[in-house]
Write a protein that binds this ligand. Structure first.
Ligand SMILES: COc1nc(N)nc2c1ncn2[C@H]1C[C@H](O)[C@@H](COP(=O)(O)OP(=O)(O)OP(=O)(O)O)O1
Length: 172
C-alpha cells in the first residue's frame, strides 16, 4: 500500500460516488495509447480514452464504447485492472473503472473529442496528466490490480492511498 503520511480528510466508509466513469488503456509493443482530451472534464490533459457510464450500460460496455467514440477503434479482450475513487473539491465525486487491453481493431483516429498519442512505456508524460496517475499507472504497467482513493484540492492530490492485489469480479 502506498499512501500519504497524513490522515484522510474524509471518512471513506461514508463516501459514495456521484458519477461513474471508465478509462481504457491499450498497451501494445512496448507502447501505450493515450489521448489528448479535447473537451469535457480534463480537457487539455493527456489521459486514456473513457467517459461517463450511460444508464443501463455496464462499465465494460462503457469503456469499449467510449474508446470507439473517441478514437474509432475497438479494444480487444479488455479486462478490469483497477478502480479509482476520486473525492473532488470542485466537481462531483467520481468512481472510475480502469481497463487494459493488449490489442485493438481499427486505426486510432483523431475525433472532436480526442487526439490519439502513442508513448513508449518509459516516456509516459505524467506532468501533462491528472496528478493521481503517477501513483497507479506503474502498477497497471506491471499488470498488478489496484484500488486507489484520492482526495483532490482543486486539480492536485491532497491525500491518497493505493492498495495492490485487489480482486474484481469478471464481467460478461
Ligand atoms: C480526478 O482525476 C482523474 N484522473 C484520471 N486519470 N482520469 C480522470 C480523473 N477524473 C476524471 N477522469 C476521467 C474519467 C473519464 O474517463 C473522464 C471524464 O469523463 P467525461 O466527463 O469526459 O465523460 P464523457 O461521457 O466523455 O463526457 P460528455 O458528458 O462530454 O459526453 O475523465
Amino acid at each position: 500500500m502506498e499512501s500519504s503520511n497524513v490522515p484522510s480528510p474524509l471518512d471513506w466508509g461514508m463516501w459514495r460516488a456521484h458519477t461513474h466513469a471508465t478509462l481504457m488503456f491499450i498497451i501494445k509493443d512496448g507502447k501505450i495509447l493515450l489521448i489528448e482530451k479535447k473537451r469535457g472534464l480534463g480537457a487539455g490533459k493527456i489521459n486514456g480514452p473513457g467517459g461517463k457510464i450511460d444508464p443501463g450500460e455496464t462499465p465494460l460496455q462503457c469503456a469499449i464504447r467510449e474508446t470507439q467514440e473517441e478514437l474509432l477503434i475497438t479494444a480487444l479482450g479488455p479486462r478490469k485492472i483497477g478502480e479509482l475513487h476520486f473525492a473532488m473539491s470542485d466537481v462531483p465525486d467520481i468512481l472510475c473503472h480502469v481497463y487494459v487491453a493488449h490489442d485493438f481493431e481499427g486505426v486510432p483516429t483523431e475525433t472532436d473529442e480526442a487526439k490519439p498519442r502513442w508513448f513508449r512505456l518509459e516516456d509516459i508524460p505524467y506532468s501533462q496528466m491528472w496528478s493521481d496517475d503517477v501513483h497507479w499507472i506503474p502498477l497497471m504497467l506491471s499488470d498488478r490490480t489496484f484500488l486507489g482513493r484520492f482526495a483532490f484540492s482543486d486539480e492536485e492530490v491532497a491525500w491518497f492511498d493505493v492498495e495492490e492485489g485487489v480482486g474484481f469480479p469478471s464481467e460478461g
